[in-house]
Design a protein around this ligand. Structure first.
Ligand SMILES: Cc1cc2nc3c(=O)[nH]c(=O)nc-3n(C[C@H](O)[C@H](O)[C@H](O)COP(=O)(O)OP(=O)(O)OC[C@H]3O[C@@H](n4cnc5c(N)ncnc54)[C@H](O)[C@@H]3O)c2cc1C
Length: 464
């Protein structure tokens, strides 16, 4: 009964299957990720989360607990059938420190919430390139950003975090406090507790950013790839490039798409980008614009990402060398998969940032195990008919597995797929997600969650 939770002193709100708002409460960014929990609770602070954990674990039998931040993961990891969901949606605080060097943001924020507060202070932070991605799953997974070429992953800029542990304790971790826990949450996913607040470094906005979208004819793929290689040889650290395939509205014809981000203040990088992608390549359509902040740039993909069919999978494959024949294979796969009404909004995107910062961190310094030089390819499928769920998952698995395998066969490197990018536990093993850091993660799990309270997603077996 939800009244039992209130009797414990819980101050937030609770939805159960008989509540009017229940169907809304269980919604996820993709309907494939929605399950039917017995309780969805909305804590107003960490103390409420401790009470929700206590409540769930003292039921007979104990309730499975799931945690949801932005609800963008397309697996069911952020929900549970018959259990209790801790939905962090009411935890939206964002506060810039007095010295402006850090920002504290609560884990129910979307990146757009963080950027819009930072913008008021003339600041930016290393976060998701799309405004509606939740900070919780993104940060605990690693976090690639438009700023990764300059400042690394989002977790490389994390200073401290507040977490509610499996036993209900509320702790703060950093390089000095609970250092093992701080190590583990930087890539260890949802396996160590519910993060309620992240504190991350900030950077000054130095001028308007260049972003938008450019479209090219698919018959030009070889030529466009040639220019892409030219760009990557000298890619400025201030740039990020999302390059791939989309059928965009209103005509849904297949096209090559490039979504650049050139950070503010680097006019030389903006000129270098436009010289190649605008002048040398002559796009069919160009929507480049000078934008005041990361916040506005985080809307660059809105036309492709919003108002899409309700179901889909988002996943990725990390690779270390860009092979043209692999890109061409992905293109043909994408072309066939999207050649119908249901799946035409599916995207296949290769994402490039200047190497050096992300791979400049040692693999043992955080739980994030991919520190060899790399980029990644992301797939975002979309459809309406639930009967196509398996078809979409199998296709995404086939394409990402092939990209990883080709990379491994040719370079000798089989790169893990981080928790925020892997398809789901049915497709990707815990070993494939955590890579060589798994043994240390198991030891830390034994210390912080020996009875496996956190058992959604890629569950780490505790080991002494
Ligand atoms: C349109 C789109 C754009 C994306 N862009 C990027 C990008 O630029 N860079 C990138 O790296 N990734 C990107 N991603 C992937 C993204 O990082 C993942 O989808 C991530 O899981 C989103 O976080 P969320 O909080 O919205 O997820 P949720 O679905 O809410 O949660 C995902 C997982 O994280 C766990 N979790 C959530 N919050 C917490 C918390 N506070 N404490 C502990 N565990 C928690 C959940 O239990 C669940 O297992 C993108 C995804 C989409 C759909």
């Amino acid at each position: 009964m939800q009244s039992d939770l209130y009797a414990l002193g819980f101050q937030g709100s609770v939805a159960t299957p008989t509540s009017e708002n229940y169907e809304e409460a269980i919604k996820r960014q993709s309907a494939t990720a929605a399950l039917r929990p017995a309780y969805v609770c909305y804590p107003i602070g960490p103390a409420d989360i401790s009470l929700a954990i206590k409540f769930a674990l003292t039921q007979d039998p104990p309730l499975e607990i799931a945690v949801k931040s932005g609800g963008c993961h397309t697996s069911t990891n952020a929900s549970t059938d018959g259990g209790l969901v801790v939905d962090l949606a009411l935890l939206k605080g964002v506060e810039v420190s007095e010295d402006r060097k850090t920002v504290a943001f609560q884990s129910g924020c979307l990146w757009g919430d963080v950027y819009s507060e930072l913008e008021k202070h003339g600041l930016k932070a290393v976060g998701g390139s799309t405004w509606f991605v939740g900070v919780g799953g993104y940060m605990t997974g690693g976090g690639y950003s438009n700023l990764s070429g300059q400042f690394g992953l989002a977790i490389d800029n994390l200073v401290s975090a507040e977490i509610v542990l499996a036993d209900g304790r509320i702790v703060r971790c950093s390089a000095d406090d609970e250092p093992d826990l701080f190590w583990a949450i930087r890539g260890g996913g949802n396996q160590f507790g519910i993060v309620t607040e992240f504190v991350a470094r900030t950077y000054p906005i130095r001028g308007p950013a260049l972003s938008g979208a450019l479209f090219y004819a698919v018959t030009d793929l070889k030529h466009v790839l040639g220019v892409l290689h030219e760009f990557l040889e000298t890619q400025p650290a201030t740039t990020y490039l999302c390059f791939g395939f989309a059928r965009s509205p209103p005509h849904f014809q297949p096209s090559i798409i490039a979504i650049p981000y050139v950070d503010g203040g680097d006019s030389a990088a903006a000129e270098a980008f436009t010289a190649l992608f605008q002048t040398k390549l002559a796009p069919l359509v160009s929507h480049l614009a000078s934008l005041p902040s990361l916040n506005t740039a985080s809307h660059a993909g809105d036309a492709l990402l919003l108002d899409v069919p309700p179901r889909g999978v988002t996943t990725a494959a990390l690779f270390s060398v860009l092979y043209d024949d692999v890109v061409e294979w992905v293109f043909n796969e994408w072309l066939n998969f999207t050649d119908n009404e249901e799946t035409k909004r599916t995207l296949a995107l290769f994402e490039f940032f200047k190497r050096g910062k992300v791979d400049g961190v040692a693999v043992g310094d955080t739980a994030y195990s991919v520190r060899a030089p790399h980029w990644y390819m992301a797939l975002g499928t979309r459809h309406t008919n639930p009967e196509l769920d398996k078809h979409a998952e199998d296709w995404a698995d086939k394409v990402t597995s092939c990209v990883k395998r080709q990379n491994a066969e040719r370079t000798g490197q089989m790169l893990p797929t981080p928790a925020n990018m892997a398809l789901g536990p049915d497709y990707t093993s815990t070993e494939e997600v955590y890579g060589e850091n798994l043994p240390r993660l198991r030891k830390i799990k034994a210390k912080y969650d020996p009875t496996k309270v956190w058992r959604r997603g890629w569950v780490i077996e505790p080991s002494l």
